[in-house]
Design a protein around this ligand. Structure first.
Ligand SMILES: *Cc1c(COP(=O)(O)O)cnc(C)c1O
Length: 406
């Protein structure tokens, strides 16, 4: 009872598996271990039936046809398959791709890779609130544009892009629209067909399913989209993704999708209130800034900058009790400020002072209250120790100071 529980507010990195998901998976490690591609005996049929059922659950969540769901190993692979697959399949049509600076690395690095293979890529800047400017998007389109790839919701800020408006622009110009919807699927309604999204990536482990399994939605009609396979082999998944299916993982993914369809609205409503409470409490601290458009944002996410407090240092003050992410991405040698926040126009200092809080299905009221207290204490503590905060309080204009060395 007295065991200390680490408060997990990093659900955008990964979510715990729902116990109901694990329960659904277990038989597929034991007696139902068949290969879904074995067409000649009971073990294979049993596995295939389970995969079919999961595909149906996922299709129901998205309001699409079963056959439009292609299983992969996760959203990284889905993004690679969508972007490289379209680039190769539609090479005759053009070589220009439009994306944004705030996309996940799985999209950005895929585009970088394709630039070496002859692609031309436009990386749109975003507005201060994290939203893509639709006029910028339309202005970037040229006759050689074959694909627009823009995420549904951002992993660092939770900002939701105007998907239907983007889709309209793509439709008008006859361009395919891919979306990395990893952070949105299972949390808010994501219906690619109604929205006008032709390819959509997502993954089980961000929606209370297991790691190592994801999917790519590929529209089969109006338009019928094809992607070149990135993995050669047995021709599984309608030839788009070879490899023996991860049956237990897919079963868990299907269960997670079923639960999401039934429970997302109540989860979102509860978490929205909890997030608002967390944010309002923390914003009582002086000099705080919420990053990202507050009217177009995932209900469980809040990214807050605490001015003059270094995020990684702040995390050290409560690291033993709360798991969150800071706006400093740990790269090989140095702590780089988050490129997402920098793209939104935050200075390095504000980006470094940001913390992402992402709540989840298993977050409780008590945990949020405890987190508020720990973060508040941590910020106050850091500021008490900070000469910069003292100068700020003394009314020194910090922007006018010339520091001796950098
Ligand atoms: C987590 C994440 C990914 C990567 O998903 P994996 O399944 O871990 O490969 C891609 N895009 C976004 C927006 C994410 O949040």
């Amino acid at each position: 009872m007295s065991q200390r529980r680490l408060i997990y507010l990093d659900n955008n990195s990964t979510t715990p598996c729902d116990p109901r998901v694990v329960d659904a998976m277990v038989p597929y490690f034991y007696d139902k271990f068949g290969n879904a591609a074995s067409r000649s005996h009971h073990f294979g049929w049993e596995a295939e039936d389970a995969v079919d059922y999961s595909r149906e659950q996922i299709a129901k969540l998205l309001n699409v046809e079963d056959k439009e769901v292609i299983f992969t190993s996760g959203a990284t692979e889905s993004n690679n398959l969508a972007i490289k697959g379209v680039f190769e399949m539609y090479a005759k049509k053009g070589n220009h791709i439009i994306t944004a600076e705030t996309e996940h690395k799985a999209v950005l690095d895929t585009c970088k890779h394709l630039e070496k293979a002859g692609a031309e890529v436009t990386y749109l800047k975003v507005q201060e609130d994290g939203l893509v400017n639709l006029a910028d998007l339309e202005a970037a389109i040229k006759p050689s544009t074959i694909l627009v790839s823009l995420m549904w919701a951002n992993n660092e800020t939770g900002v939701i892009q105007p998907m239907a408006d983007i889709a309209k622009i793509c439709e008008k110009h006859g361009i395919l629209f891919h979306s990395d919807a990893t952070q949105a699927v299972g949390k808010i309604p994501t219906h690619p067909r109604e929205t006008g999204v032709h390819l959509m990536s997502f993954t089980a482990h961000k929606m209370y399913g297991p790691k190592g399994v994801g999917a790519l939605y590929v529209s089969r009609k109006n338009p019928r989209v094809k992607v070149t396979a990135q993995m050669d082999g047995g021709g599984h998944e309608r030839g788009m993704r070879s490899g023996t299916l991860n049956v237990p993982g897919i079963v868990g993914f299907g269960k997670a999708a079923e639960l999401a369809r039934l429970e997302m609205h109540q989860d979102a409503e509860r978490l929205g209130k909890l997030r608002d409470r967390l944010q309002a409490s923390l914003c009582q601290l002086e000099e705080t800034k919420v990053n990202g458009n507050e009217n177009s944002r995932m209900p469980h996410v809040s990214n807050i900058s605490f001015k003059h407090v270094e995020g990684e240092g702040l995390m050290m003050t409560f690291n033993q009790n709360i798991a969150v992410s800071s706006g400093s991405a740990c790269t090989s040698a140095s702590l780089e400020p988050s490129y997402v926040l920098v793209s939104m126009g935050l200075g390095d200092d504000l980006a470094h002072s940001s913390i992402r809080f992402s709540l989840g299905r298993f977050t409780t009221d008590e945990e949020v209250d405890m987190a508020v207290k720990l973060v508040t204490d941590g910020v106050n503590h850091m500021r008490e120790l900070s000469p910069i905060w003292e100068m700020y309080k003394d009314g020194v204009d910090l922007t006018k100071i010339e520091w001796a060395a950098h």
